[in-house]
Design a protein around this ligand. Sequence first.
Ligand SMILES: *Cc1c(COP(=O)(O)O)cnc(C)c1O
Length: 469
Amino acid sequence: MTSTTSHDPADAAYRTVFEPFRIHSVEPLRMTTAGYRREKAREAAYNLFQVHADDVLIDLLTDSGTGAMSRDQWAAIQHGDESYAGSPSYFVFKDAVQELFPYTHVIPTHQGRAAERILFQVLGGAGRVIPSNTHFDTTRANVEYTGAEAVDLVIAEGRDPHSDHPFKGNMDLDALEALLTERGDTVPCVMMTITNNSGGGQPVSMANLRGVAEIAHRHGKPLFLDACRFAENAWFVKQREPGYADAEVPDIVREMSGMADGMTMSAKKDPMGNIGGWLALNDDDLAMACRNLLILTEGFPTYGGLAGRDLEALAQGLTEVVSHDYLRYRIRSTAYLADALVRMGVPCLTPAGGHAVYVDARALLPHIPPLEYPGQALAVALYEIGGIRSCEIGTVMFGRHPDGSETPAAMDLVRLAIPRRTYTQSHIDYVIEVFERVLTQVDDLGGYRIAWEPPALRHFTARFEPLRS
Ligand SMILES: *Cc1c(COP(=O)(O)O)cnc(C)c1O
């Protein structure tokens, strides 16, 4: 018998997003005024990566390494063993990783991009082509740095901000088959990003992953997961994919990892760490080549750029992130923000992603052309008006190409990334109110020009000038 009125606080019938934790240690937020923030934005050359975090009220720049660790993670820190070689903390970490991702070799790195750099230094190089559903920015940069080409093969719905496809992170299987048929000898591996961060935090279905694995393996290519948000992806599978409603998240994760031959990981995402990452894989020769590079720049293979205490905290975090209570709250709280913005007429990428809400700045600010960076204009306005720090994911991030040319990115989005277990529903209600104010001022917002930029990953350090003051 099922009842329509449940007294379970996790029930979607409740308006309140019940946070399945209470606060044990608090961090003060420093109040600032709009005038002060306008001054700080100018001093930062309108690049929010250059703003001091103390001058931010609600920091939605990224969900990377910004989450709150649990009581049990802080306790695990005390178990950290800092032996240079063979630390017991490494084995605790390795067991926790292999519990979900049963790959033979587990190689810790200081964060995700170090795992990428090592993997692509071995597998990449001039003339090589590496397909993915969508490469994340650091992944693309590490592929291109070796001279290889990074190709995005996400399904057409994944490029449509308003398609309601349940798995907009899926790869276009026909495109992958065609690439491997035509240029297979140049492809060293296939990547799958779960969830698809640059495509809006959108999930990949098990059926699609199975299809990708089948095609890759038939062509003799290993499949690697960029698995940063594996638990959020698994929750979406449980919610949306036929046959998985009753599955346990850890079992879904093991099924995902079983289809691939290895993974790169940023432990600053779902593993609930403030720092960390790893590379895991089955191939012995490839693992040997990767470990040799690891020793050169990251460290000995049983710590790889991390302290023993970090490894302990990550091992504990991996047990917490697969909790159904946590994931239900996580995905619901992101959808809560997206639903409120959509209701007030802010164009958002829908359905909402797992870790972030993506606002379609090009649609919100149609009077600002893509090469005047509408995403940057919205991000700066959110900071000046409300002290909210967000991140442009658009032409600033992806518009410059290795040959020096500049073209509009596929979309001009502003990402509001939600740090894990950090902000409460009342903080998010404030964010919603700030958007109400921004909506009254959109016609007054102008674009930007870039006054200076570095040779790669320009969004981190570029200097901007407003075209209208
Ligand atoms: C964050 C991220 C990375 C890079 O990880 P870092 O720990 O920031 O170096 C790679 N891929 C995806 C999908 C990410 O979200």
